[in-house]
Design a protein around this ligand. Structure first.
Ligand code: FAD
Length: 443
């Protein structure tokens, strides 16, 4: 299930006159940040222009993956999966959390060798990641034996149902006194003497000294209006879910060209590895050189498209007045159409790799817009030129699993607590200080 503009508004708290922290964006990152802030006693308002978890945070595959993470993200995601586990016990709602493992199956020796390179990183963090033989993969995937040379496997990896987990956490934020307002775009910041003094929302002004921008695919636009450049692009990713299906594997698995994840409702969430699409627009040219390393590393996985809306994308509105309707209000929920080509590729992938699922109909398909940075890891930092403005964006296709961990990082940053993790890889200044863009392991 995904949320759209037609979904009822369920979070409609009154805007306070003043609050310690305003969080822009009710996705997993904004809601998790709010969760750790309210636990520390801060007063918090989360504004979402659309719906809580309306965009990426209800549309993702639901993998909570430590395996094959960027080394700088790994300690945060290890904390995060433990937090998910704790939340699954403490929230009085079932979020579908379970640790049933992540498997990357390999069909060739080259693929196997590529996976194997990550084992040292896993060992440094005492993860249970290990390599499997082809026969061991066959024991896990109960379909079409003999097609795999082996695989990489992390049994302690997990999953949750995103469309349940994020709203459940939002309700918990509320129970702790946090306020959440859907259908409320933040239009701009009020800066006084170089300091953040408040936010201007479509529903009025709220005084605050700290703002966390967790705007996902919209962060670049929000910052552009403030004169701040964030090189981030969007990628459309298509997903489908099957009707109830035989239990061929209970965890999350990348099986060559197709990926599957067992769902709580007895079906599978399905995706295809080579069907992500970037729609060319003005930002593609603006940030081209920064994205070159990521583009060449992911050339097999991302297609460049022109498609509908090219003119609009080439001439985006980047500045507006506080009393004007902004692009955030014009498109409350980014709900891209799923790509028929991607859906066809999934069907083909299932037929080839998991024949037992080949004829199980898709009950639904949808797409989400992933926010990608040039080095495929997020920004978690305060903006140097705008005191009191913090950024948590660019989670580059793997922000669901790391959500609670990232929320904790952000709450500590905002509250001025010492950082528990090394955050240097996530600093905002890396895009402007000449640092080489070294892409992490990918979306
Ligand atoms: C198809 C797909 C599959 C994925 N699979 C996985 C996976 O298996 N595991 C994993 O870890 N990650 C996965 N991801 C990535 C993950 O979903 C994202 O990284 C994560 O959800 C990002 O959360 P977010 O809160 O930063 O952004 P979002 O969930 O996109 O939320 C941003 C919110 O900000 C709001 N907003 C923006 N601007 C404003 C404004 N000016 N005022 C008010 N509100 C505003 C938007 O309305 C939106 O609700 C996947 C993503 C997609 C699309």
């Amino acid at each position: 299930m995904i949320f759209s503009e037609q979904s009822p508004v369920t979070f409609a708290d009154e805007l306070p006159d003043a609050v310690d922290v305003v969080v822009i964006g009710g996705g997993v990152i904004g809601i998790s940040t709010a969760w750790y802030l309210v636990q520390s006693g801060a007063s918090v308002l989360v504004c979402d222009k659309g719906r809580v978890a309306g965009e990426q945070s209800s549309r993702n595959w639901g993998w909570i993956r430590q395996q094959a993470r960027d080394p700088a993200e790994l300690p945060i995601v290890i904390d995060s999966i433990n937090q998910w586990e704790r939340l699954s016990r403490e929230l009085d709602e079932d979020i579908g959390f379970t640790r049933r493992g992540v498997l990357y199956a390999a069909a060739s020796d080259d693929e196997l060798a590529a996976h194997e390179k990550w084992l040292d990183t896993a060992a440094q963090h005492q993860l249970d990641t290990h390599m499997l033989s082809g026969a061991q993969v066959d024991e896990l995937i109960k379909d079409k034996p003999g097609q795999w040379r082996g695989g990489m496997y992390t049994p302690s990896d997990g999953r949750a149902e995103p469309f349940k987990a994020v709203p459940a956490l939002a309700r918990a934020v509320r129970r702790r006194g946090g306020r959440i307002r859907e259908s409320c775009a933040v239009r701009s910041l009020d800066m006084q003497g170089g300091l953040t003094a408040g936010v201007v929302t479509e529903l009025g002004y709220v005084k605050t000294q700290a703002v966390v921008c967790a705007g996902g695919a919209w962060s670049t636009l929000f910052l552009a209006n403030l004169g701040v450049t964030l090189p981030q692009l969007t990628v459309r990713a298509t997903v489908a879910r099957t009707a109830v299906a035989p239990d061929v594997y209970g965890g999350n698995a990348a099986l060559g060209e197709v990926a599957i994840r067992r769902r709580q409702d007895g079906g599978y969430t399905v995706a295809s590895s080579s069907t992500n699409e970037h729609f060319i627009g003005a930002d593609s040219f603006r940030f081209f050189t920064k994205f070159l390393p990521a583009l060449s590393a992911s050339v097999r996985f991302i297609r460049l498209r022109f498609g509908d809306g090219l003119v609009e994308r080439m001439l985006p509105t980047r500045r507006w007045r506080d009393d004007e309707i902004t692009p955030f209000e014009e498109r409350r929920v980014l709900n891209p159409a799923p790509s028929p080509r991607a859906v066809a590729a999934m069907r083909k992938g299932l037929a080839r790799r998991v024949p037992q699922l080949a004829d199980i109909p898709f009950a639904e398909s949808w797409a989400g817009m992933i926010d990608v940075t040039p080095d495929v890891v997020p920004v978690m930092d305060e903006v140097a030129d705008v005191s009191g403005l913090f950024l948590a964006t660019g989670f580059s296709g793997h922000g669901f699993g790391i959500g609670p961990g990232a929320g904790r990082v952000m709450a500590d940053l905002v509250l001025g607590k010492p950082a528990v993790h090394d955050l240097s890889r996530f600093r905002f200044s890396r895009f402007a200080d000449g640092s080489p863009m070294l892409p992490g392991p990918g979306l």
